[in-house]
Design a protein around this ligand. Structure first.
Ligand code: OXD
Ligand code: MN
Length: 611
């Protein structure tokens, strides 16, 4: 049962064994002035009560239970549809500690501003207290947090995305560290004059702040109810705050999926892989191999926490409990496993509604239904000029519903990582796969990850958006210190450091067509990586890494010409000369004197070998 306390309770009145938690809740209630406080227990009953309440209020639409049992559609305000990177702040005491890639505000100035914004921000609403664990409850790599929110949509989403409720609260003992995370949609129902207003389906505030205080490990989020802005366990805690904890404590908090691969011989491997947002991470996490005898199972689709284990090897957990996946492009041909995962017990946000009470989005099926209600609640037909689902529409569902979930996905000790992959979206230059010479070269591969944003003019590369380690919007401190931290972890791991690979599914030919088919055929790249781990294939040593010999690459049954394969498995010297210039310019932008020496050495070696 949820526990109800009043906004005027004293610290000892709260249900937490940790007096700081009770005091913090009481102080926030005094500041935000909710009508009541509900301590969430994470039960099915709570889910049921809140979803029923939101259906009655118009925040959720219950989907036809024949097609999609216990599932709901939410439509957000069109002005609150995605993470707001320009409103995301790292409030470290020294600006230099936020580094060149983060928005910085002084913690004192930010606290003042937030104090004003949060004052009375929950008037007329319920304040929910959401205790949660990132990672399996009580696990040695897991961390605890408490989120306060005035959004019931956030509460039910946190039920799906984290281990939330009574069990997490019980784990927070008097001395247990926990991360405070404060969230308000910033839309009080009672104004300063005491007049009560009608609620809207998706309350939010045009003023938005997603603020992180790395020194005190706190999160304060105001004004948005959407995704990573509001489900504070995900990007805010598991990446931005956790990356700072990881730096201080000698581990890694990464924007990486984790998969388990079983070879035809029955040998098991675990891989962690970083890709920038919108590069098909969920598809790789749920890959259905095209090559016979191979099995890929899912451990996580977005975040990995990795620590050197007692045996000296790197161990990883997925700190999340569920998937918050991008819906468009997830379809019965591209990712049937994800489609099966959301069979029920799911929340869909900003997708289209079918006339039969089920959902649809672009790419779910090859042919769109003849009529839909689009994500803004308007009639839609295939002739409509706008998409039926918002491009950033999402499904939220627990990982244990995924048919490809691995049996060890929630192992508290984590799984041993056998290889790390870095992938960008590069129509040119970067080969389909290559292995780093050593850890420092692997860190260089991570630090120089990028996506090409515009189509290449004849012979020229497109504009690059650098996204080091896919952490650009998620690193809670100076990214150049983060590079140094990766190098230090390599020293700790020594000979046990997993090999590092660069992958790129996105090479295009001169006509702009993708050369590599991608999706389930990416299993051929995984096969080559596994054969490298076993030492059963030779490589071609090149200045950009160890490349496959074309004859070793398994293309049986694949319609790809030798020349095309050769092109994506070789070094284009002219392109790599330009790449070295690009990297040089990027390192200068980050602060040439801040880049750790092993990485500038890698760049010098690359340049010298292209002469
Ligand atoms: C995500 C992202 O939503 O990376 O996972 O943007
Ligand atoms: Mn992500």
């Amino acid at each position: 049962m949820s526990i109800l306390t009043t906004p005027t309770m004293t610290g000892v009145d709260g249900p937490s064994r940790n007096a700081d938690v009770n005091d913090w809740v009481r102080d926030l209630a005094r500041l935000t002035k909710p009508d009541q406080i509900v301590w969430c227990d994470g039960s099915t009953r709570e889910w049921d009560d809140l979803t029923k309440m939101m259906v009655a209020q118009g925040t959720l639409i219950r989907l036809n239970p024949e097609w999609r049992p216990n599932s709901f559609l939410a439509r957000s305000d069109p002005a609150d549809v995605a993470r707001v990177e320009d409103r995301t702040f790292i409030c470290s005491e020294r600006q230099a500690d936020a580094g060149p890639t983060n928005n910085w505000r002084s913690p004192f100035a930010m606290r003042e501003e937030l104090d004003t914004l949060f004052a009375g921000s929950m008037r007329g609403r319920t304040m929910y207290v959401v205790p949660f664990s990132m990672g399996p409850l009580g696990g040695p790599i897991s961390q605890l947090g408490v989120q306060i929110t005035d959004s019931p949509y956030v509460v039910v989403s946190m039920q799906l995305m984290t281990r939330m409720g009574e069990a997490a609260l019980d784990l927070i003992g008097p001395e247990t560290p926990w991360v405070p995370a404060v969230h308000s949609v910033g839309a009080p129902l009672v104004d300063d004059a005491g007049v009560r207003h009608e609620d809207v389906a998706w309350p939010h505030n045009p003023v938005k702040y997603i603020s992180h205080f790395p020194e005190t490990r706190e999160i304060w989020s105001f004004g948005s109810g959407y995704g990573g802005n509001a489900l504070l366990g995900k990007k805010c805690f598991a990446l931005r705050i956790a990356s700072v904890m990881a730096r201080d404590e000698g581990w890694l908090a990464e924007h990486m999926l984790i998969i388990k691969i079983t070879s035809p011989a029955g040998k098991v491997y675990h891989l962690a892989a970083a890709f920038p947002s919108a590069c098909g991470k969920t598809n790789l996490a749920m890959l259905n191999p095209s090559i016979p005898g191979w099995k890929v199972e899912t451990i996580g689709d977005d975040i990995a926490w990795m620590r050197p284990g007692p045996d000296g090897r790197l161990r990883a957990i997925n700190p999340e409990r569920g998937f918050f996946g991008v819906a468009p492009g997830t379809g019965i041909t591209t990712n049937p496993t994800a489609v099966d995962t959301v069979w029920g017990n799911s929340i869909f946000t900003n997708v289209a509604l079918r006339d039969d009470g089920d959902i649809w989005w672009e790419g779910l099926t090859p042919t769109p239904p003849a009529h839909l209600i689009d994500w803004q609640g308007e009639d839609w037909t295939p002739e409509s000029a706008t998409p039926a689902a918002h491009p950033n529409s999402r499904f939220t569902v627990t990982a244990d519903q995924c048919p490809s979930i691995a049996s060890d996905w929630d192992s508290p000790e984590g799984v041993v990582i056998d290889a790390i992959l870095f992938g960008g979206r590069r129509p040119s230059t970067v080969p389909l796969v290559s292995q780093a010479r050593d850890w420092a070269h692997g860190v260089f591969m991570g630090a120089t990850m990028a996506s090409e944003t515009t189509a290449a003019a004849e012979g020229a590369v497109g504009r690059l958006r650098h996204d080091p380690f896919a952490m650009l919007p998620f690193c809670g401190y100076d990214i150049t210190d983060y590079f140094a931290h990766w190098l230090e972890i390599g020293e700790t791991l020594g000979a046990d450091a997993p090999p590092v690979f660069s992958v790129n599914w996105f090479r295009k030919d001169a006509d702009g067509r993708f050369i590599w088919p991608g999706f389930s055929e990416n299993s051929r790249v995984l096969e080559w990586i596994v054969r490298r781990l076993d030492g059963s294939v030779e490589v071609v040593d090149t200045p950009v890494g160890k490349l496959p010999r074309v004859r070793d690459f398994n293309v049986e049954g694949l319609d790809i010409g030798y020349e095309d394969l050769q092109a994506i498995l070789s070094v284009d010297r002219a392109a790599w000369t330009r790449e070295a210039d690009e990297i040089d310019a990027y390192f200068t932008e980050l602060g040439a004197d801040r880049i750790p020496e092993p990485l500038t050495r890698e760049l010098r070696t690359l340049r010298a070998s292209m002469r």
